[in-house]
Design a protein around this ligand. Structure first.
Ligand code: RM4
Ligand code: MN
Ligand code: MN
Length: 394
């Protein structure tokens, strides 16, 4: 059996760049506790080292998303850019951190206190400057703002504060930068969240300015939501800005991509393939990972996600869109669905292994990582620093 990917599939797959989140390499937890890993990253240097390892293995991850408050080295944005460059990477989306400081207890941009709203906007403006300095083209905005009880806030007034803030920040962005507006239905707010769904993100992005679009985090939907429909709808409107890929079973679980429902991710990639066919070129969207589960080893989990993304995109690219359209035209639902099932059932792993080898990468990135000794070296280098930095690590 031939193990070659069709040429167009290989070409499109080769252009799939997947951005890794710095926070996906650090120790994280649940609200009940944090389980620490010997090899998890402590510093931005560690995080970039880990990202570089994933990129070395896959060749698909040239950029790293940062959270401004978590990742800034002492030398600021110029040093940040230099640290990435030294590892053959670049800084990708810049994420302001608007949900952690005590002052944001009752919200950031939608806080009743104008001084806190100002502080939140100023932090976003500072983040724009970070982006300008590191040469990033993306400001990615996620807000925890919301309320926990009926009556706690005025939904309409808060919406206007959001609109004003995003307009001000958009006006400060260089022409090369775009703004991505992320939504999430609940958590940490449990009654109402100010940007709860794609429609609210769409409205706010539209009002912010012409370079603002919607960011779809695959974990940020209520159960049963048809995510691929949202993707198709936004792409057709020219309002799909990018993805935060992860998987989930219940809520915003941040598990590795495709670990729970690979067919869903396949259908999302198919929505992208159909949108690209309509557009006649690659969709100008950011493919980013946003995972921060806390049990799998971090680098392994990230390699798994990247490999899964490539596999599922390859399967989606194998869907015969001509046959699909023909089946649709004659209302042959079964044949249409079979087009999807056939492609999804295709085992692409041997084809991808050959494709990787032809590009000079490991045929099996996960096995190559395990064989490299990277994990043990990282643990040996990081564990003493962890132990020295606080008593809680044991
Ligand atoms: C949120 C959201 C954001 C990410 C933070 C850390 O749940 O998904 O994208 O910046 O987590
Ligand atoms: Mn996200
Ligand atoms: Mn999330």
């Amino acid at each position: 059996m031939s193990a070659a990917l069709p040429t167009e599939v290989a070409a499109r797959l080769g252009r799939l760049a997947i951005e890794l989140p710095s926070w996906g390499f650090a120790d994280t937890g649940t609200r009940f506790g944090k389980f620490l890993q010997d090899a998890a990253a402590l510093t931005i240097e560690d995080k970039l080292d880990d990202a570089a390892e994933v990129h070395r293995l896959t060749g698909a991850c040239p950029s790293v998303a940062i959270h401004v408050q978590w990742d800034m080295p002492a030398g600021g944005a110029p040093e940040l850019a230099a640290l990435a460059r030294a590892r053959g990477l670049r800084i990708g989306s810049v994420n302001p951190t608007l949900f952690q400081d005590q002052c944001y207890r009752f919200g950031s941009v939608a806080n009743e206190d104008p001084a806190i709203r100002r502080r939140a906007i100023d932090h976003m403006l500072a983040s724009v400057e970070v982006g300008r300095t590191v040469g990033s083209g993306v400001l990615a905005l996620w807000f925890a703002d919301g309320t926990n009880y009926p009556g706690q806030g005025s939904v309409a007034r808060r919406k206007r504060w959001f609109a004003e803030a995003l307009r001000e920040v958009h006006a400060a962005m260089p022409a090369s930068m775009s703004m991505l507006v992320e939504y999430k239905p609940f958590e940490p707010a449990f009654y109402h969240t100010d940007i709860a769904d794609w429609g609210m993100a769409y409205v706010l992005a539209k009002s912010a300015g012409e370079r603002a679009r919607v960011l779809v985090d695959t974990g940020h939907h209520l159960p049963g939501q048809n995510i691929e429909q949202i993707v198709s709808f936004l792409a057709d409107e020219g309002m799909l800005g990018g993805f935060h890929f992860n998987d989930r079973h219940y809520a915003d679980d941040d598990l590795t991509m495709g670990s729970i429902d690979p067919y869903r991710i396949f259908r999302i990639f198919l929505a992208i393939c159909e949108a690209e066919r309509a557009l006649g070129r690659d969709l100008p969207v950011e493919f980013m990972v946003d995972q921060s589960h806390n049990l799998k080893p971090k680098v392994e989990a990230m390699v798994q996600t990247v490999v899964t993304a490539q596999e599922l995109f390859a399967k989606a690219l194998l869907v015969d869109l001509g046959a699909l359209d023909a089946a649709r035209a004659r209302h042959d639902i079964v044949a249409a669905e079979e087009c999807l099932k056939r492609a999804f059932a295709t085992d692409v792993r041997a084809m991808l292994a050959e494709w990787r080898a032809s590009r000079g990468f490991a045929t099996d990135p996960l096995a190559a990582h395990r064989a490299s000794g990277y994990h043990a070296r990282a643990a040996a280098a990081r564990l003493p620093r962890k132990n020295a930095s606080g008593g809680s690590y044991a």
